[in-house]
Design a binder for this molecule. Structure first.
Ligand code: ADP
Ligand code: ZN
Length: 702
């Protein structure tokens, strides 16, 4: 019997490895990266060929043959396939499902058409250099000396065509984008492609616009707001070489660019780079991996670098470039802390607390008046939507909670005078806002807390005649709508804007001279290891919106925790001081980046089953960690793996699923990964009714 040719095929199923199939004719062996249609059980599926397979001796397995080879050319290039395999390995996520995540929707459907036709058209143009004469005009200013220095390092790195990660730590308004634009132009001129990642397209429309102006139709944009057809369209433009520069959000890391020479991650600290479901990758981290595989310069930019990137810069893994000054001699805004504790005391000393006193201090009120009088603009920042966050019946103690989740429902009024509705911010469930308690019939239902909706409505009462707008997810349903609001703010048609963190990013408003941060410590009292880091970043970024035009900016930071170091260092705009203190705390407690962490998340609809699964999981974890420690040569503390949990997640039930978690951490990445691999290999001790998800380098554990 002649030996059949065997190939491995990754299909989008939760399998540990690829499946092996045979090809009848040796001349038909598909290349790696080519899609094939194969039988899986009784189904037909489309998978991607990932390489030849060894012949299998085991006669219990009958090897089936490939039904159809779909592509003439690989849909996934060798480098991309290597990258995706790396991701699969690193995140303990099945390769076939990683590939499915990386390809546009529908690419693994049985009706897929081959890619010979389109690629033929695209590759015809060869590897010509892209012609800069056709590009948009650059700006008429000259670079600051800091920008010049940054660019000259990046350009020489581009010339070397080697992996070089760079952390560009530039204060807000220091002109990082111009550095990106010129570096991108240089890279394109050398014939290599460019990937630019931004946190969220809607919020970074300005940045995207600058790239579009400069690079015209060489540019593709990829983001989640696009239709499937638009995505596929852009994908083909990139794959065929027609578009050698891509601006996109997180998933753009999978863009099929040939030979990327420069990978830019703007606002690299932003948590939206981390996907919080299914394949829980961090695109910022993966940018460095892709950079290594493709010999690219990786440029991570931020005014508030993540602790882990700054740590990597300090230990020499990344080259650090600083931009310490704003462009055109503009000053960083003047930041004042308004201690609300004192404020509250002063007020209670008086006869009556002002009804509005809950969010508006006299200091801020005065500053708003002064600013409006000068015909300048104000932005008020509060990271919470809605009108009130907590509805409660004082007669029986009933709290209006979501029926699917362990959280209180937020009251939205929608229109002044209307009684509005209650909404769960986790599952989206809504209920009418009744003035009567459903539990005891009490008539005195009270609302507590405040969100952006209430702030805007009280601003209108307090400052009659001013033109206000609100930016949060309740009213900004589309990028188009957001751009309308942003444009009218920029034009001066709005005096005051109230917003959530949607207003923190990448916009320049020259007449915005006062920023009020209403409740700076709101994010500090959450049980997250990185709460201080997130708070520092948010305050610094929001404050950085002020004074970006010719007039100086002011920032008022209202807080109940005026002594907290994250708040103090953010207000002093002293990144280094923040880093030193936060790094010391993380090192002490063995948290990232000094320890590596893997979080096992369990969830299910039955509480007892989730609980039992947690007990089984921790038993297994203890066993494998002890084993791993023994086998690694008498337990050096560096190889120790700590096990925390299992414990219910802080949000113990979301969308009717009970949630529990178990955290592994270790100073040795090898040790924690080994333990994770051993656990994963025996994960069938968890009943199938309980979902187990592995979160490598977790960013949030709520
Ligand atoms: P960052 O991203 O560092 O906060 P931006 O890149 O948004 O800052 O730049 C802020 C503004 O300064 C932009 O409008 C940009 O066009 C402008 N700008 C950049 N470089 C210079 C320069 N050298 N001289 C004058 N203006 C500049
Ligand atoms: Zn809910």
């Amino acid at each position: 019997m002649t030996e059949k040719q065997l190939v491995n095929v990754a299909v989008p199923l939760p399998l540990d490895g690829a499946l092996t199939y045979s090809v009848s004719d040796a001349s038909d062996i598909p290349n790696s990266g080519v899609r094939v249609q194969v039988p899986v059980g009784r189904r037909q599926m489309v998978g991607v060929c990932v390489g030849p397979a060894e012949s299998v001796q085991d006669s219990r397995f009958k090897i089936r043959s490939i039904v159809r080879v779909i592509d003439e050319f690989p849909i996934v290039s060798d480098t991309l396939l290597e990258f995706l395999s790396w991701i699969s390995d690193y995140y303990f996520y099945p390769l076939g499902q990683v590939i499915a995540e990386a390809l546009p929707p529908g690419f693994l459907s049985a009706r897929s058409k081959g890619i010979a036709r389109i690629l033929n058209k695209g590759t015809g143009r060869g590897r010509s250099r892209f012609n800069p004469e056709k590009w948009g005009q650059g700006p008429d200013f000259s670079l600051t000396s800091e920008q010049e220095n940054a660019l000259s390092f990046i350009n020489s790195s581009l010339q070397k065509k080697q992996y070089q990660p760079v952390l560009l730590h530039g204060v807000t308004g220091s002109g990082k984008t111009e550095v990106y634009l010129r570096a991108a132009a240089r890279c394109l001129e050398s014939g290599r492609s460019v990937l630019v990642m931004v946190p969220e397209i809607a919020m970074t429309a300005q940045t995207t616009g600058w790239f579009a102006d400069r690079f015209g139709n060489l540019l593709s944009v990829l983001h989640s707001g696009m239709t499937d057809a638009q995505r596929r369209d852009q994908w083909w433009r990139i794959r065929s070489g027609e578009s050698p520069i891509v601006v996109g959000t997180r998933s753009a890391i999978f863009a099929p660019l040939a030979d990327p020479g420069l990978i830019i991650v703007d606002e690299e600290h932003d948590s939206s780079y981390k996907q919080s479901e299914k394949l829980r990758y961090n695109a910022r981290d993966m940018a460095t991996v892709l950079g290594r595989l493709s010999n690219a310069t990786v440029l991570l930019g931020s005014a508030t670098p993540s602790l882990s990137s700054y740590y990597n810069a300090r230990i020499g893994k990344y080259h650090l470039i600083r931009l310490e000054k704003r462009v055109s001699g503009r000053k960083l805004p003047d930041v004042t802390i308004v201690d609300r504790r004192k404020n509250a005391e002063q007020k209670s000393g008086k006869k009556k607390m002002s009804a509005r006193g809950t969010w508006l201090t006299p200091e801020l009120e005065t500053a708003i008046n002064e600013t409006l009088l000068r015909k300048e603009q104000v932005a008020l920042f509060l990271n919470r939507r809605g009108f009130a966050t907590y509805i409660f019946c004082p007669e029986c103690g009933h709290v209006f909670r979501c029926r699917n989740c362990d959280v209180t429902m937020t009251w939205h009024r929608a229109a002044a005078g209307s009684s509005g509705f209650l909404k769960c911010h986790y599952c989206g469930d809504e209920a009418p806002a009744l003035p009567v308690c459903p539990s005891c019939g009490g008539q005195a239902v009270k609302a507590f807390g405040y969100g952006t909706e209430k702030v805007e409505s009280e601003v209108r009462e307090r400052f009659p005649g001013i033109r206000t707008a609100r930016i949060d997810r309740d009213i900004i349903s589309s990028t188009k709508r957001l751009n309308e609001v942003i444009n009218s703010f920029r034009k001066g048609d709005i005096d005051l804007i109230v917003g959530t963190q949607m207003i923190t990013k990448g916009h320049d408003f020259p007449m915005l001279t006062l920023v009020g941060i209403l409740w700076a410590d709101m994010g500090l009292n959450v049980p997250e290891f990185n709460a201080a880091e997130k708070t520092f970043q948010l305050i610094t970024q929001v404050a950085g919106r002020a004074g970006r035009g010719d007039r100086p900016g002011r920032v008022l930071v209202q807080t109940f925790m005026a002594d907290n170091f994250a708040i103090k260092t953010a207000c002093a705009q002293d990144y280094e001081a923040f880093y030193q203190k936060e790094a010391a705390a993380r090192r002490e407690l063995d948290y990232a980046p000094f320890a590596r962490m893997i979080n096992f998340r369990l969830s299910g609809t039955r509480k007892t089953l989730v609980h039992e699964a947690g007990e089984k999981l921790v038993g297994l974890a203890r066993e494998v960690c002890a084993q791993a420690l023994k086998s690694s040569g008498q337990g050096s503390p560096e190889n120790r793996v700590d096990i925390l949990g299992p414990a219910p997640a802080p949000r113990a039930r979301i969308k009717n699923r009970y949630r529990s978690q178990l955290l592994l951490k270790s100073r040795s990445i090898a040790a924690v990964r080994r333990a994770c691999a051993l656990i994963q290999a025996r994960k069938d001790i968890i009943p199938s009714s309980v979902r187990l998800e592995i979160d490598v380098d977790p960013d949030s554990m709520l």
